[in-house]
Design a protein around this ligand. Structure first.
Ligand code: 5GP
Ligand code: ZN
Length: 141
């Protein structure tokens, strides 16, 4: 399954060059061309799936296993002190390339990167509970 207009499908098929880290029959890991921290990698299924919610569990299991291996290799190979995993769904979430991908970002003391993570507290516990009820209702459908 391949989308001829998808930039990651082009990378997977070799039509666009990339710096590969790992590949097997189902999964490719390669260096992100615009790293937020140097060593930043992307892990993708070779088949074109998007978004996360439409991706089969068995594909996800294979992809996340490679995410874990890349994170471990960044720590062992680059001396990273930690790793962030990031995965965006939809333009509103900052997704640019609509082919499922996990960002694996090595983190170093004093790497200068900061997530813009500002808490927006609930007015009270009932506001959180009402949202939880809607999520749980969707889970049970
Ligand atoms: P998104 O914003 O969709 O979560 O992330 C897309 C990522 O793909 C970005 O971090 C961007 O730097 C990376 N990217 C886009 N085009 C290319 C490319 O041609 N080659 C590589 N290696 N990475 C790319
Ligand atoms: Zn694709």
């Amino acid at each position: 399954m391949n989308d001829p207009d998808c930039i990651f499908c082009k990378i997977i098929s070799g039509r666009i060059p990339s710096t590969k880290l790992y590949e097997d029959a189902d999964v490719l890991a390669f260096m992100d061309i615009g790293p937020i921290v140097k060593g930043h990698a992307l892990v993708v299924p070779k088949a074109h799936y998007d978004p996360l919610s439409q991706t089969p569990d068995d594909v996800l299991a294979k992809v996340i296993a490679v995410v874990r291996r890349i994170a471990q290799a960044q720590q062992e190979g680059l001396g990273a002190d930690g790793v962030n995993i990031h995965q965006a769904n939809g333009a509103v979430a900052g997704q640019v390339v609509p082919h499922l991908h996990f960002h694996v970002v090595p983190r170093f003391k004093h790497d200068g990167h900061h997530w813009n993570w500002t808490p927006h507290p609930y007015a009270d516990l009932s506001e959180a509970a009402a949202l939880a009820d809607r999520i749980k209702a969707a889970l049970s459908r």
